[in-house]
Design a protein around this ligand. Sequence first.
Ligand code: S3P
Length: 175
Amino acid sequence: MTRAPHRRDLLMLWGFMGAGKTSVGRAVADRLDVPFVDLDQSISADVGMTIEAIFDARGEGGFRSLERTAIRRELAKPGPRVIALGGGSLLDARLREEALDRAFVVVLWVSVETAVRRTHGTHRPLLRAAPEVEIPKLLVSRAAAYSEAHHTLRTDGREVLDLAVDVANLWLGGH
Ligand code: S3P
């Protein structure tokens, strides 16, 4: 679906694990001097547990429910902010619609190879078993949802600061 560009004071960065949402989001926020929120970190701080521990204790369903609540809380707040989302956070169609209505949503797209490399040695609960198998499967199953974002930027081979300039320009309406 093609959506008109929006000038909105809330920027959400979405996309697959390893796409660079946190690094790029922080760089955009620094550049434009607005607050930055990493959604996983804020969920973790609220619950007092790591994301891994939340998955272990409550399962993926329990984590998604905390994630939905955290996103709706952010969507309801006024004021300019940059938010780095988790890779599966807007897979719920209704929540995605709410985010697309209220925020400017940019997907950072990453290839399977780069996602495998960047997530290697990290502790992502969904990639515990066999990342080389899970990553392509998850990416394919999520591609349609990611494609609904207002914009998509490919990140392979690009520097964080360079991407941050592009994202900031898109957000400020210079597309
Ligand atoms: C997830 C991505 C993770 C984290 C959780 C689930 C996903 O965040 O929210 O492990 O479903 O893609 P990052 O995308 O920041 O790794």
